[in-house]
Design a protein around this ligand. Structure first.
Ligand code: FRU
Length: 478
C-alpha cells in the first residue's frame, strides 16, 4: 500500500472536517488516554500513520490549552517488532502520576481474531510536554487471567482510589457475556486480580442489548451513582455502539440498575473520558460511512467528535455539546426567515456550522435540510417530530456518490415540555444532532460544490428561532 498523502492535499479535501480532529495523515480510530498535565489537555488516538485502513495501531497525540484548538505532536507509542506490542498498541488510558504521566495500553501479538494475544502494557513520561514515552521493561504488566475463556482482553481503564490504582479491562466470558475484569496495584506495575467487576447476562445488561465483548470501558463515579461506558462488540468482528450502565459501585463490583445507548447515531463509538475537575468530558470516534476509495484518495480516514459534557440527568446518562465550542465560532450568518403558507422557513448556507434551533409554541415538528444543493439533488434531512416522539436523519440523498451509506436513521425523541433547544454541528462530512439527552452522529458525503444550503421548515403551530455560526478549524493550518 502506498503511504497516505497528508498535509495540504488532505486539507483541500472537501470532506475533511474543520473543527473535528482528523489525523495529520492516515487512519484514526478510538480517542484514548485523555489527561491534563502542566496546563494542557492531552489526547491520544489509535492511528495508522502508514495508510487509510486500520492496521497495527500507534498512539497519535494532540494537545490543547482550551479543548477546541489542538496541536499535533509526535506519535506517543509505536509497536516494537520484538516487544509485547509487536502487532499493535491498542487502546487504553492515561493517568497523571507523581513522576509525570503514564499510559496503560493494550499490547497485542498475532493476527486479529480469537487467537490474538492481548495484555496491558505500561509506558511513562517525565517530560512536562509528554513528548517522550518510555515503555516499561517488565511489559506486559497485566497478562490475561488464566482459567477463563475470554472473548478479548483489552482497553484498560485506570484510576486512582484511596487503596491504590484500579484497572478495568474490557472483556467477555464465553457463554456468560461481556465483562469488566478488575485489577488493583500500588505502582501501576504489579497488579492483583480482583475478579470481574461486572459480567453481562448473556447478551444483555440491565435489559439493554450488550453483545458478547465490551471494548473501551470507563467508569465514572459521582454523587448520583456510578456510570460505566462500554462499547459493544459482537465478539466476532463487528463494532456496534456505546452503552452507559448506571449502577452502584462498591469499590469492587458494579451492580447495574439501568443501561441505554449514549449516542443514537450509527457513527459514534469507543469514547474516552476525562474527569476535568468534576466535569466529565467524552470524546468519540466517528468512523467513515463510505468505501475505502475516498479515504485512500484523500489520505485520511475517521474523525473524533469534540469533547461532549456527560452528566447523569434523572438517573440517565446525558451528552451535551462542550460550551467552549462557541470559541470556534467565526461569523453569525444572516438568516433569511419568512412565513410561507402558514409554516415558517429560514435559509442560509455553509458546510462548517454551529446551528442553534429553538422550537416553541405547538412545537410539533421541524425539518432541517443540510448540505443541500439548490435543486435538492443532494440534501441531508433531520426531522424533529415532537408529537410522534421521533428524531430522524435521512441520508438517502446526502450524496450523489455510490459507495456511501444511504439510509434513514430513526431514533426516539424523549418528550419534554416547553421549548426544545436543538443544536446541530455540521462539519463537512459529519453531522451531530443534539435534541435531548442522546445525540445522533452520522457521516455524510455531498459531492457537489454547491451542496451548502441550510433550510429549516417548521409546522404551522411551531415557533422557531434559528441562530447559525460558521466555525473555524480545530488545528492551525499546516
Ligand atoms: C475499538 C477497538 C479497541 C481496540 C482498538 C484497536 O474500536 O477495537 O477494542 O483496542 O479498537 O485499534
Amino acid at each position: 500500500m502506498s503511504p497516505p498523502r497528508g498535509g495540504a492535499e488532505a486539507e483541500g479535501d472537501r470532506h475533511r472536517p474543520r473543527f473535528h480532529l482528523t489525523a495529520p495523515a492516515g487512519w484514526i480510530n478510538d480517542p484514548v488516554g485523555a489527561l491534563r498535565r502542566a496546563g494542557r489537555y492531552h489526547l491520544f488516538y489509535q492511528h495508522n500513520p502508514h495508510g487509510t485502513q486500520w492496521a497495527r495501531p500507534h498512539w497519535g497525540h494532540v494537545d490543547s490549552r482550551d479543548l477546541v484548538h489542538w496541536r499535533h505532536l509526535p506519535e506517543a507509542l509505536a509497536p516494537d517488532a520484538d516487544g509485547a506490542d509487536a502487532d499493535g498498541c491498542f487502546s487504553g488510558s492515561g493517568v497523571v502520576t507523581e513522576e509525570g504521566a503514564a499510559l496503560l495500553y493494550t499490547g497485542v501479538r498475532g493476527a486479529v481474531g480469537p487467537g490474538q494475544w492481548q495484555a496491558t502494557c505500561l509506558a511513562t513520561s517525565t517530560d512536562p510536554g509528554l513528548r517522550d514515552w518510555a515503555k516499561a521493561a517488565g511489559n506486559p504488566v497485566t497478562p490475561p487471567p488464566r482459567g477463563l475463556r475470554l472473548t478479548g482482553f483489552r482497553d484498560p481503564f485506570v484510576w486512582w482510589a484511596e487503596d491504590g490504582w484500579h484497572q478495568l479491562v474490557g472483556s467477555g466470558i464465553v457463554g456468560r457475556g461481556g465483562a469488566l475484569l478488575h485489577f488493583r496495584s500500588p505502582d501501576l506495575r504489579h497488579w492483583e486480580d480482583l475478579g470481574a467487576a461486572l459480567v453481562g447476562e448473556g447478551e444483555h445488561v440491565a435489559g439493554e442489548w450488550a453483545g458478547r465483548m465490551w471494548e473501551c470501558p470507563s467508569l465514572l463515579q459521582g454523587p448520583d451513582g456510578a456510570l460505566a461506558l462500554v462499547s459493544v462488540h459482537d465478539g466476532d468482528m463487528t463494532t456496534h455502539h456505546t452503552i452507559g450502565i448506571v449502577g452502584d459501585f462498591d469499590g469492587a463490583t458494579l451492580r447495574p440498575e439501568r443501561a441505554r445507548r449514549l449516542d443514537l447515531g450509527p457513527d459514534w463509538y469507543a469514547p474516552c473520558v476525562l474527569d476535568d475537575d468534576g466535569r466529565w468530558l467524552v470524546w468519540g470516534w466517528s468512523q467513515e460511512a463510505r468505501g475505502p476509495a475516498g479515504p485512500a484518495r484523500a489520505g485520511w480516514s475517521g474523525t473524533l467528535t469534540p469533547a461532549r459534557v456527560l452528566t447523569l440527568a434523572d438517573g440517565w446518562p446525558r451528552l451535551d455539546p462542550l460550551p467552549e465550542l462557541a470559541r470556534l465560532r467565526q461569523r453569525r450568518l444572516p438568516v433569511d426567515g419568512s412565513s410561507v403558507e402558514g409554516s415558517w422557513r429560514a435559509a442560509t448556507a455553509g458546510d462548517a456550522l454551529d446551528i442553534e434551533l429553538t422550537l416553541t409554541g405547538g412545537g410539533e415538528a421541524a425539518a432541517l435540510r443540510l448540505l443541500a444543493s439548490p435543486d435538492g439533488e443532494e440534501a441531508t434531512t433531520v426531522t424533529i417530530d415532537r408529537a410522534a416522539g421521533r428524531l430522524e436523519l435521512d441520508r438517502r440523498r446526502s450524496s450523489r456518490a455510490e459507495d456511501v451509506t444511504a439510509d434513514v436513521v430513526t431514533a426516539p425523541l424523549v418528550a419534554t415540555e416547553g421549548p426544545l433547544a436543538v443544536r446541530v454541528l455540521v462539519d463537512r462530512s459529519i453531522v451531530e444532532v443534539f435534541a435531548g439527552a442522546q445525540p445522533l452522529t452520522a457521516r455524510v458525503y455531498p459531492v457537489r460544490a454547491d451542496s451548502q444550503g441550510l433550510e429549516v421548515t417548521a409546522s404551522p403551530a411551531t415557533r422557531a428561532s434559528l441562530v447559525v455560526h460558521t466555525m473555524g478549524g480545530a488545528t492551525p493550518p499546516a
